[in-house]
Design a protein around this ligand. Structure first.
Ligand code: SF4
Length: 451
């Protein structure tokens, strides 16, 4: 295996970026807190772009407020806009929390947002509304950086040391609402009280409403997040993200909670690790239903081995997603010939361990789709796994694309795609195998119906 043997050419510009904007990630993270309104300090266009992007993936309405900078705010600073915007949001929504994220514009003009927020706090009666700020210039990170910054800022602002309550904290990372629901179900079945930061399983994948609500149902309540300091431990499914942005590490340092930073639980081995951790904390074995899910998954591995063995895959997306999928592919005998993720994590150091024994795997940080095209032409993958942004290249190269991660704009159900745990792995495995079979059928002159 090689890590970054292929260096990308020095970029004068990113061409067809794989990664999205940092306040977008922050907005998604803030959406997983009950009665929280994401608020962008910057121009309205950023909020509009982010709303449009998230709505077309989650297919849910999403409110994001903005300081709505005009020329004057851009030149002289956006304090008046921020104060006016926050007051409007408080009077119209009465939120429990406003999650404020900066944009490229407010960061570029050097706005001291924390100082402005403090001044605002002193000048108005906030009542029960909490303000949390994450600095998220997009030129200093991807959507994943923004996501983790928002999670960390929330933990820093809210978690206080309380009486131990016997629960645990789970920071699931940027996974799908369906994956979050699965994790909640395991905790429920094991009798574990878990504070999820964030939990957008309902807020971004809810039921239809007969009438408008200011906030969708769901999300982790602020009162629960305040108790995070009294938990038994924190489990973060973010082994490859920047350790400086780890909320679990922060809680360990400030409140003495053991922090487990583990990989995404995709595949039998990784899911075992996660399930064992949870069952250890619960002090009881996993219910029988999960053992059977695991058994069915192993059976499917055996059944489909002939279809997947030795097939080459190209995986792109967020670091934890990419390495989780890469490890799973190695487990089922496929070759993740190219794993490419956003920059800023600690991928290179750990990729060697994780993909040990997988020859010909290339791990690359910070590539764009132009780089991926160059490498894909050489490495000739049989399948792409990643967001729908890879569709154009997959189509050009004539290989199937299994959509997973964020965003999925050209299919319905991006929010319902699962990959974690035994059941999520099963669904992903079936989709990969069927994509390979379907491709063989489509390419065949004869059109086998029995494969
Ligand atoms: S200007 Fe920056 S913050 Fe705004 S949408 Fe573009 S990348 Fe995101």
């Amino acid at each position: 295996m090689t890590v970054s043997d292929y260096q990308t050419a020095p970029h004068e510009a990113t061409r067809n970026a794989c990664y999205l904007c940092a306040p977008l990630g922050a907005s998604i993270a803030f959406s997983g807190i009950a009665r929280c309104l994401p608020y962008l300090h910057g121009g309205q266009g950023c909020a509009t772009y982010i709303r449009r992007y998230t709505i077309s993936h989650f297919r849910e309405p999403m409110d994001i407020a903005s300081s709505s900078f005009g020329e004057e705010a851009t030149v002289f600073g956006g304090k008046d806009n921020l104060f006016c915007g926050l007051k409007n949001v408080i009077s119209q929504y009465q939120p429990d929390l406003i999650g404020i994220a900066s944009t490229c514009l407010s960061e570029t003009i050097g706005e001291n947002v924390p100082a402005l927020i403090e001044e605002f706090r002193q000048s108005v009666d906030l009542g029960e509304t909490q303000l949390v700020f994450a600095s998220t210039p997009s030129y200093a990170g991807s959507h994943l950086t923004g996501f983790h910054k928002a999670v960390l800022a929330t933990a820093k602002a809210l978690a206080v040391k309380k009486e131990e309550h016997g629960g645990i904290n789970i920071m699931p990372g940027m996974i799908s609402p369906a994956d979050i629901r699965y994790i909640k179900r395991i905790c429920q079945d094991l009798g574990i009280s878990a504070a999820l930061l964030p939990d957008y399983s309902d807020t971004l994948d809810g039921v239809s409403w007969p009438e408008y609500h200011c906030f969708p149902e769901g999300g982790t309540p602020v009162s629960v997040l305040k108790g995070m300091g009294g938990a038994k431990a924190s489990i973060e499914l973010c082994r490859f993200s920047d350790p400086q942005l780890s909320a679990a590490s922060f809680l360990e340092k400030c409140h003495g909670l053991p922090a487990y930073r583990i990989g995404l639980p995709v595949g039998v081995r990784a899911a075992d690790e996660f399930m064992d951790l949870l069952s250890g904390y619960a002090g009881r074995p996993l219910p029988e239903g999960y053992t059977r899910e695991r058994g069915r998954l192993l059976d499917a591995y055996v059944d489909a081995h002939k279809y997947v063995f030795g097939r080459k895959a190209l995986v792109y997306g967020d670091a934890d997603f990419v390495m989780g999928i890469g490890r799973f592919l190695a487990e089922i005998g496929m070759v993740p010939v190219l794993c490419t993720a956003d920059k800023g994590g600690n991928l290179a150091g750990q990729a060697e361990d994780l993909l040990a024994g997988v020859e010909k795997a290339v791990v690359l940080e910070g590539a764009d789709f132009a780089d991926i095209e160059t490498l894909a032409t050489e490495l000739k993958p049989d399948i792409f796994i990643g967001s729908s942004k890879g569709y154009k290249l997959a189509r050009l190269l004539g290989v199937p694309l299994v959509r997973l991660g964020f965003p999925v704009h050209d299919r319905l159900g991006g929010a319902r795609l699962r990959c974690v745990g035994y059941a999520g792995t099963q669904e992903l495995f079936d989709r990969i195998v069927n994509a390979l079979l379907e491709h063989r059928q489509d390419e065949s002159d004869i059109g086998y119906s029995y494969m």
